[in-house]
Write a new protein. Structure first.
Length: 337
């Protein structure tokens, strides 16, 4: 187990330094569980994250500082360095040097990483990218300025004079700073999402809304693809695509379908919409299956028919567009963090 754990960790570092997201096939299990707020579960979601990460930091280099293996657990400490030359999580390129540090814990099963936890200096990364102000110099200082600027005898007596304030220890103050940092980070993320930044362009949203039918591709239990025509709607609240079924065909029309069972079993799916333009929009992403709430969702989205109770939401992870912006054969492709 120790040798395999080291091999998996080294392959992770190789992926980082070669900028090859397809190397995840060699160390990430297909049903990978990722306890990370920014990356979804599954090997494909992991691959898509690294695509976006390497695009944002095209000169990235990484090193493994420590590696500890015990039983089925692998713990590594890593340092990543690069230049912020591309958009990352909605943060435009700043040209700034970025250093990210992480402590990663993986669980191994059947020779692959199947579960992951990590701790990162996320706040510092956002500060380095210019998305958040630095907290340096913003803390509480004793009278006369920061303690480090005082004469030695005054620094020695600062605690007796009431600094840190209210008898707080230095550790207590550090915890306060960490709490402030966490709040700022949370506010930044909430602001980013509430600002209405969509994964889709306005032209792509208009195109989806102009189409009555699309095609949904899922993967069956036999690992074979399955494609069916479906009614597709853009959901501005979730910034995702919604697929509903007409209740006139029966309340169970969705739950009894192969596409719904496939999406429950393997959430990786793709939707394609096109017209003779030619205009094509392909959305690959993560399917979420819902057993109820369909009627309300259809009404909210202005569907021309009553939704059956069950419905599907597709959260985009990669968008490919042809002829939607620009010339008839002009294409674009991008990952969605």
């Amino acid at each position: 187990m120790d040798a395999r754990g080291q091999q998996l960790a080294e392959t992770f570092v190789k992926m980082l330094n070669t900028h090859d997201p397809d190397l995840v096939d060699q160390f990430v299990a297909e049903d990978y569980v990722n306890h990370n707020a920014f990356v979804d579960d599954g090997r494909e979601a992991n691959r898509q994250f690294w695509h976006a990460f390497f695009a944002a930091l095209p000169d990235l280099s990484a090193s493994m500082e420590d590696l500890v293996i015990s039983g089925d657990r692998v713990v590594g400490r890593f340092v990543y360095r690069g230049t912020h030359k591309g958009a990352f999580m909605g943060i435009p390129a700043s040209g700034s040097a970025v250093e990210m540090r992480s402590i990663d814990i993986w669980r191994i099963e059947d020779g692959m990483f199947v579960e992951h936890w990590d701790e990162l200096n996320t706040l510092e990364v956002f500060q380095q990218m210019g998305a958040l102000p630095s907290l340096g110099g913003g803390g509480v200082s004793p009278p006369g300025g920061p303690a480090g600027s005082l004469p030695a005898h005054q620094r020695a007596g600062s605690r007796a004079a009431g600094y840190p304030p209210n008898g707080r220890s230095a550790r207590g103050l550090r915890n306060d700073v960490r709490a402030v940092a966490f709040i700022l980070q949370a506010r930044f993320l909430l602001a980013a999402y509430s600002a209405g930044m969509s994964a889709f362009t306005d032209a792509e949203i208009e195109f989806v809304n102009s189409q009555r039918l699309g095609r949904l591709a899922t993967v069956g239990a036999d690992a074979m693809p399955h494609v069916m025509p479906v009614a597709v709607f853009y959901d501005p609240d979730a910034d995702a695509l919604v697929i509903g079924a007409n209740a006139e065909f029966g309340e169970a029309v969705m739950t009894s379908s192969k596409k719904f069972r496939d999406a429950q079993r393997r959430p990786q799916a793709a939707v394609v919409l096109d017209d003779p333009g030619p205009r094509i929009l392909e959305v690959r992403g993560q399917a979420e299956t819902h057993l109820d709430g369909g009627e309300e969702a259809g009404r909210r989205l202005g569907a021309p028919f009553r939704f059956a109770p069950a419905w599907i939401r597709i959260r985009p992870r990669r968008i490919v567009a042809v002829g939607i912006t620009g010339g008839p054969f002009e294409s674009s492709a991008r990952n969605v963090p």
